[in-house]
Design a protein around this ligand. Structure first.
Ligand code: SAH
Length: 347
């Protein structure tokens, strides 16, 4: 529930809406999930709430720590399905990379999450819940951190729950995460981009472009057949950006596929009229991914062409590769039970 829904739930139970703020503080700012421990609520209210409401929190089932400090959390949801969330320290600040779906329907050719297919959407509570868990686990509840929606799933394919989660996280009575500290990364679902453009609460936007022609993108990011490169760039051109803000254009570098000089020059041309910064992501290789990472020299050569044409360009540093926590490596292989088995068990 967002704050307004919680207020309505209180009123429906014969109570006062202002208690919603107290409950938010307990859950988000203090990490308490038992109504009985919310000592500034009357005993009657605590009992009433506990009768038919629950605060569900993803459970940490496993924790892997990389040599570079990156920590990958395997989180188990109430129905037994698993997701992964990643804590990336010193980026230079601290960043939580969180998931918006169990699996993903997009099937990008270089991403392991796509191999799972879409199992289900996460609820707003599960999306915000990952942040609650990671903040508690890393001791950062009272500190500043960034959030990137770059874990498992396509956030704009789960639009309502994702935006509701951002509202819940932004609440001044909870974690008070400013949308300026949140980056939403998307393959570019055009109608959802236009909807996002009208949101009062606006995260930073990152577009997973990865290609410079429609054919090449059809091949790498299959949803391009529905929402093509040109349409996405048009949506970017009309996207309202606040002063000095820019859209991040993500471009995964696949050796011999999209890293030629022509690719770089085409990318420069495509960026015309878009206030952007380019983030190059050298492929994180994995078994089952039929592409190769370019050499450092090839990466530099590609980046130089963009920089020579006055584009702001950065190369994403791969974090947590030794624990398979890097971009595109999040997959729940579920040694215990497959998502299909978990769902079948509940039938
Ligand atoms: N669905 C969203 C967010 C998920 S992934 C999106 O597509 O933007 C975050 C970024 O990691 C995306 O740009 C994605 O294309 C990239 N990525 C996926 N697999 C990768 C891999 N194996 N190596 C490097 N980057 C990868």
């Amino acid at each position: 529930m967002d704050l307004a829904e919680l207020e309505a739930a209180l009123v429906a139970r014969g109570s006062e809406p202002f208690h919603a703020r107290q409950i938010y503080r307990w859950i988000y700012a203090r990490g308490v999930s038992e109504f009985d421990a919310m000592t500034d609520l009357s005993q009657v209210l605590r009992t009433t709430l506990a009768a038919d409401l629950r605060v569900t929190t993803p459970r940490v089932s496993r924790r892997d720590v990389s040599a570079d400090g990156t920590t990958k959390f395997l989180l188990t949801l109430e129905d037994g399905l698993d997701i992964e969330s990643v804590f990336i320290p010193d980026t230079p600040s601290n960043t939580f990379c969180i998931s918006t779906q169990v699996g993903c329907a997009m099937k990008c050719g270089f991403c392991l999450t796509g191999k799972m297919g879409l199992v289900r959407n996460l609820t707003a509570g599960e999306i915000a819940g990952q942040v609650r868990v990671l903040a508690a686990e890393t001791g950062l509840r009272d500190k500043r951190f960034n959030i990137v929606l770059m874990g498992m799933g396509e956030p704009l394919h789960n639009y309502d729950h994702t935006m509701k989660a951002l509202r819940m996280l932004a609440s001044p009575h909870g974690l008070a995460v400013s949308p300026r500290r949140i980056t939403l990364s998307t393959v570019g679902v055009v109608p959802a981009l236009d909807r996002l453009a009208r949101e009062p609460l606006m995260p930073n936007l990152a577009i997973s472009l990865h290609a410079t022609t429609e054919d090449q993108r059809d091949f790498l990011v299959p949803v391009n057949r529905k929402y093509g490169l040109e349409d996405i760039l048009e949506a970017c051109r009309r996207f309202p950006l606040k002063h000095r803000n820019r859209i991040t254009i993500e471009y995964v570098l696949l050796r011999g596929v999209n890293t030629s000089e022509q690719d770089a020059r085409r990318l420069v041309r495509l960026m015309h009229g878009i206030r952007c910064k380019i983030n190059l992501i050298p492929l994180n290789e994995a078994p089952g991914i039929p592409f190769e990472r370019p050499t450092d020299a090839e990466i530099d050569a590609f980046a130089s062409i963009l920089a020579d044409h006055h584009l702001t360009v950065s190369v994403r540093k791969s974090r947590g590769r030794d624990i398979r926590a890097a971009c595109g490596q999040l997959i729940v292989e579920s040694p215990r039970r497959s998502p299909a088995q978990v769902l079948a068990d509940r039938m």
